[in-house]
Write a protein that binds this ligand. Structure first.
Ligand code: NAP
Length: 254
């Protein structure tokens, strides 16, 4: 495994993910969009998953305009999707591509920034559904397609507040602790069994809509852009990390 400072400056070869099939959730915006574009730029065929089709179409157009492998758009709302929807997604992927090489969970919601004593139950349920339960269900359903890859990689997106509890981060912090735990359990269960690995990335402060919602007074130009944190994702999706399993790595020094 590379050292932390090597991961954040990792430079992918132009064919790192050549013809690998990579599904990214939240691919229409923020970090997911940047990761999808970075993967396409190094040869991957993208399955762009998300809930706002117009945003996914913009990403599709950027990839097509760059002359990269034509992506597929897969609209899905992680709040309402059922186990059957995820099973159908797996069937579609196997029918169309035969396997899945990478699954990046970037979709997420912030919920309320308020004390747990005042936290609304409906917001709690939505945050846990989108940030944890849907990601568990999708990963479980797609495992047969990942197991057909020679080098299957699942990358969850965590957060600093999923490692050390912080006041007023509510269900979001709890959901990211759950993601860290899910990665460890899944990785331990898969260790030595086949070719699928499961890891997490903590992006660190990154200029996106979610960050602006969490810190409205902050100047986004003081932050890393989503593009700048993609090296860690590329590293975990490509062959240089094939022995890395169960890790939670930082995408930037901050
Ligand atoms: P973002 O710009 O708000 O993007 C979130 C993405 O998730 C959007 O594409 C959004 O789709 C999608 N999404 C939300 N709810 C969904 C649902 N029900 N079904 C399907 N897709 C849904 O946020 P971001 O900052 O890029 O966050 C990406 C990941 O990084 C999240 O897991 C977040 O917790 C994590 N993270 C971010 C930071 C940071 O500083 N930005 C730091 C630590 C961790 P729409 O575009 O349709 O709304």
């Amino acid at each position: 495994m590379l050292l932390a400072d090597q991961i954040i400056t990792y430079q992918a070869n132009s064919d790192l993910l050549r013809e690998r099939i990579i599904l990214v959730t939240g691919a229409g915006d923020g970090i997911g969009k940047a990761v999808a574009l970075a993967c396409a730029a190094v040869g991957a065929r993208l399955i762009l998953a998300g809930r706002t089709v117009a945003k996914l179409e913009q990403v599709y157009d950027l990839i097509a305009a760059a002359g990269q492998l034509e992506p597929v758009i897969y609209p899905i709302d992680l709040e309402g999707a059922t186990a059957d929807d995820y099973d159908q997604l797996c069937v579609s992927i196997i029918d169309q591509f035969g396997h899945l090489d990478g699954l990046v969970h970037s979709a997420g919601i912030l919920g309320q920034r308020t004390p747990l004593n005042n936290y609304r139950q409906d917001v709690w349920d939505r945050v846990l559904q989108v940030n944890v339960t849907a990601q568990f269900q999708m990963t479980q359903a797609l495992m047969p397609a990942l197991e057909k890859s020679n080098d299957g990689s699942v990358v969850f997106t965590s957060s600093s507040v999923g490692q050390v509890g912080r006041a007023f981060w509510g269900a979001y912090a709890v959901s990211k602790f759950a993601v860290e735990g899910m990665v460890q359990v899944w990785a331990a269960e898969l260790e030595g069994l086949g070719s699928v690995r499961v890891n997490a990335i903590n992006p660190g402060a990154t200029a996106t809509s979610m960050r602006a919602q969490a810190f409205p007074a902050e100047n986004p130009s003081d932050l890393k852009t989503p593009d700048q944190i993609t090296p860690a994702y590329l590293y975990l999706l490509g062959g240089h990390s094939s022995e890395v399993n169960g890790q939670s790595i930082k995408a930037q020094a901050r």
